[in-house]
Design a protein around this ligand. Structure first.
Ligand SMILES: [Zn+2]
Ligand SMILES: [Zn+2]
Ligand SMILES: [Zn+2]
Length: 249
């Protein structure tokens, strides 16, 4: 008799049953809860039903599992070039709510929040990043600007693809880089900066990501650009993944 208080036993049982049933739904993650219980992440309500059905129809599996749908990313916008004298979050929000009524709901609850400011090259301005309730995101995107203190400010959706400068990889920043001890990659030629033979010849661009994608997936991405280029096909792909994780309703 398997020990049903043991998380690993339960996890094993669930993954095996799931594989055997060849379910079209996909388990995104499995986590530990109390008393050997298992928490299973799936994409949406349909997958919750599908996974439950296939697990509950199996006598081997006890009821010590839970299902959940991980929270999706809240959409964000970046508002460009707001004068520096508008310095704190409260001023930004109060100003925005005064002029853009649709950004507050019936109960006067704000539908946007200030996330952070980003310094610009021009010392007189900051860009500001706001998170936007999915319920009004599409409405907001039809507007020509966000009004603040009698002026209209340009804005755009903010999709912040993290890219690590030292190792060039996506998904983390230098602060969380696990390869910091190994030599940094060159964003121009893709070779390690300490690889003198190759890096010394780095007059032409050869994007590290696109070269790798060509080699591994056989795609015909051009490589004549920097690995930090925002027009890089691999960067665009990262952006698309971020959008897929975003809650647009
Ligand atoms: Zn890194
Ligand atoms: Zn180089
Ligand atoms: Zn590239």
């Amino acid at each position: 008799m398997p020990d049903r208080q043991d998380y690993n036993v339960n996890k094993d049982l669930i993954t095996k049953t799931f594989e055997r049933k060849n379910n079209a739904a996909r388990i995104r993650a499995i986590n530990k809860i109390n008393k050997g219980g298992v928490k299973i992440a799936v994409a949406d309500e349909n997958e919750v039903k599908a996974v439950k059905l296939s697990l509950e129809s199996d006598n081997e599996i006890s009821d010590n599992f839970e299902m959940y749908i991980p929270r999706r990313r809240i959409p964000q916008v970046i508002v460009y070039n707001i004068d520096k004298d508008i310095e704190n979050e409260k001023d930004i929000l109060d100003g925005i709510f005064a002029k853009n009524i649709f950004l507050v709901d019936k109960n006067k609850e704000p539908l946007v929040n200030v996330n952070c400011k980003i310094p610009t090259r021009n010392p007189n301005f900051n860009h500001w990043v706001l998170s936007v309730s999915p319920s009004i995101f599409s409405t907001l995107m039809t507007k020509e600007g966000i009004y603040l203190q009698f002026r209209r400010f340009n804005f755009a959706e903010f999709l912040n693809v993290k890219q690590c400068r030292p190792c060039l990889n996506y998904g983390h920043t230098a602060k969380y880089c696990e390869t910091l001890d190994s030599p940094a990659g060159c964003d121009r030629c893709g070779w390690s900066k300490t690889d003198e033979d190759n890096h010394n010849n780095c007059r032409i661009y050869k994007c590290y990501h696109c070269s790798l994608a060509r080699k591994i997936y056989g795609v015909n991405y051009g490589t004549n650009h920097s690995a930090l280029d925002k027009k890089c096909k691999c960067y665009e792909k990262q952006k698309k993944l971020l959008m897929e994780r975003t809650d647009y309703v």
